[in-house]
Ligand binder design. Structure first.
Ligand SMILES: Cc1ncc(COP(=O)(O)O)c(C=O)c1O
Length: 385
């Protein structure tokens, strides 16, 4: 985060710590005290601010933090966090030494990684704690079922390596109300575990649950639940919400954690018939008052929102006019009297009775709430409220 030169921020992201704590408590209640909760803070905590969120999550009772990269893991360690941190992405072979030195747990699924680790551990005189990712049908990361046994045996040959966890990830749990495929992945996961157990390989921590599976299927909990999107107060999808209702279960009460705000950089009167912004894609059909906002696609405000989204000005909707530029957008405030230079504007969040949700923006650009929040530029200050 770069330190602002002016006291007045041009734009900022507010993190509602009470909402974050509330959502973590909802998960705690759901999964019970015996299971561990991993707060997924990869991708700058889904845009919320990795350090800010991690500190609050750990205080609120998260047992683990989940990151994508070695760099994120080291950042958390260097900020003083001591809880178990699992790197769920790929650590390059020449980064393994740093990972072990920083006590990062590794999600592993390549024989090449396994081959490098014992020597590194001996050099550092440290153990490496491994969570083996197994392929159950997502065909992203994961060791194939037919290779799982030899992978584990190879790891067990080395006293420096601790086979701490076995894990998988669902492919098709958010996008549908038909969970046949997810159930088949769960069965595949169980079969792999059984095959290992038949060979006297018992791995203490089993985990495959994300937000949607945690909300819908207690059978997926095992020992650790790894939740991201719903910890931030967002539903994984409409389908997940609907499936939850169809199960006649009390839906989780989630509170969105993030708001994104800016200030008016200029107010101007525009004559009827003027074109607004790059490409002259919008022509005003009346005498218009425009507010110019210092936010653009560089900040993560998607260019596909051109001419289609709106912001909240004094709690009222002001439609976006013209294209989203790199650093600016323009909104029509003709029907919102009394606006002044540097007034606060809500780009995402609630004001008064109205709100703009990540789901609203996602549906306007044909994407998902995950993308909307995680692409908010990490350089924008995150402020805990
Ligand atoms: C390996 C892994 N586990 C857990 C999660 C959390 O998923 P969600 O944000 O849907 O809870 C993710 C997110 O993509 C992931 O990649």
């Amino acid at each position: 985060m770069t330190k602002p030169k002016s006291e007045k921020l041009l734009q900022w992201v507010e993190i509602d710590s009470s909402a974050l704590i509330h959502n973590i408590q909802q998960f705690r209640k759901l999964i019970g005290e015996k299971r561990q909760f991993l707060a997924m803070v990869k991708a700058n905590a889904y845009g919320h601010g990795i350090l800010e969120v991690s500190r609050i999550a750990v205080k609120a009772g998260a047992d683990w933090l989940g990151v994508h990269s070695l760099e994120e893991g080291i950042l958390l360690r260097e900020s003083g966090l001591t809880c178990p941190i699992l790197v769920v992405g790929y650590v390059p072979l020449d980064g393994l030494k740093d990972a072990v030195a920083h006590d990062l747990r590794l999600m592993v699924y390549n024989f090449e990684t396994l081959a490098q680790l014992p020597k590194i551990c001996r050099q550092l005189q440290k153990k490496a704690f491994l969570h083996v990712k197994v392929e159950t049908g997502t065909f992203r990361q994961g060791i194939r079922r037919e290779d799982a046994l030899s992978f584990m045996k190879q790891a067990l040959e080395h006293p420096e390596l601790v086979l701490e966890g076995i894990s998988s990830h669902f492919a098709n749990i958010e996008d549908t109300t038909d969970h046949t495929y997810a159930q088949s992945q769960l069965q595949n996961f169980k079969k792999i575990i059984q095959e290992l157990e038949k060979n006297n390989i018992e791995i203490p921590l089993k985990h495959m649950s994300c937000s949607a599976s945690a909300i819908l299927f207690p059978a997926t909990y095992f020992d650790i639940v790894r939740a991201g999107i719903s910890m931030y107060g967002l539903w994984p999808s409409k389908e997940t919400f609907l499936s939850c209702r169809l199960q006649e279960r009390e839906p989780l009460h989630l509170r969105p954690v993030l708001s994104w705000k800016t200030r008016i950089a200029q107010i101007k009167k525009v004559p009827k018939g003027s074109f607004i912004g790059y490409g002259c894609t919008y022509k005003v059909s009346r005498k218009t008052v425009l507010a110019v906002l210092p936010v653009g696609y560089y900040d993560g405000y998607d260019r596909r929102l051109s001419n289609s989204s709106y912001v909240l000005v004094k709690g009222k909707r002001a439609p976006l006019r013209g294209r989203v530029a790199m650093d600016f957008i323009m909104v029509d405030t003709t029907d919102i009297p009394g606006t002044s230079l540097e007034d606060e504007i809500v780009l995402l969040g609630k004001e008064g009775e109205d709100s703009i949700t990540a789901d609203d923006l996602a549906s306007l650009v044909g994407s998902i709430n995950y993308e909307i929040v995680s692409r908010i530029n990490p350089q924008i200050p995150r402020i805990i409220t």
